[in-house]
Ligand binder design. Structure first.
Ligand code: DX5
Ligand code: ZN
Length: 223
């Protein structure tokens, strides 16, 4: 799977979101990562389907909605209508993981599970055929600008093995996205461990020039 860079809007200027979306896409973003927090599953509150709908006309790339909410299911049709392309959720926040994955795909979106740093991988066991993406958190969810937890690298390798074994058995390709604390100085190691999709919030939006930072990340990945 080709490498994809997914700027997280969490660190964008919320007063100018449409402009920010267009600017990172012009700078080479492959996906727009959209963090939804509910002040219940995580101790922070962000944006919902109305904002997804508002940025949709500004985005020529897929919108990657990361749901940090509990319960999960009732928001899925709203996000699908608002133009989400990928919807991921935390398995421990859903009562019925298989049903939630089915609901996402039935709404025409790609579906994925998100694992916190200490969430066990056994949630993957019976649903591999229903996944388009696995998202590994390399920080605890809730805030941008935290430091990458180094133990995540081993977890990325473990998921990579499972995904490769799945495709070797004839299963579909599943993207492996990593989220939290990704910077220019660790993106190469994250890729080497097996990730193909990289969320970066503060590393991109914290820079005045989105073109140079995204290009520098790609150069690191091509090493
Ligand atoms: C954290 C969010 C991340 C966050 C990443 O809960 O899921 O997407 O925006 O921000 P950085 O790249 O600053 O760690
Ligand atoms: Zn996220």
């Amino acid at each position: 799977m080709p490498y994809r860079i997914a700027p997280s809007l969490l660190s964008a200027d919320f007063a100018r979101l449409g402009e920010e979306v267009r600017a990172v896409i012009a700078a080479g973003a492959d996906l727009i990562h959209f963090d939804v927090m509910d002040n219940h599953y995580v101790p922070n509150l962000t944006i919902g389907p109305l904002v997804c709908d508002a940025i949709r006309p500004h985005s020529s790339v897929p919108i990657d909605v990361h749901l940090m909410v509990e319960p999960v299911d009732r928001l899925i049709p709203d996000f699908a209508k608002a133009g989400a392309n990928i919807i991921t959720f935390h398995p421990e926040a859903s009562q019925h993981i298989d049903r939630t994955l089915g609901l996402i795909r039935d709404q025409g979106c790609q579906a994925g599970l998100v694992f916190n740093p200490a969430t066990p991988l056994h949630y993957l066991d019976y649903v591999m055929d229903k996944l388009d993406m696995v998202l590994l958190m390399s920080v605890n969810p809730g805030f941008g600008g935290q430091s990458f937890i180094p133990g995540t690298l081993e977890k990325i390798r473990q998921v990579r093995q499972r995904l490769d074994a799945h495709t070797a058995r004839g299963g579909q390709a599943i993207a492996l996205e990593v989220d939290g604390g990704i910077k220019i100085d660790n993106i190469r190691a994250v890729a080497a461990a097996g990730a193909d999709t990289f969320v970066a919030g503060s590393a991109i939006f914290g820079q005045p020039d989105y073109v140079s930072i995204i290009q520098a990340m790609r150069t690191e990945l091509e090493q």
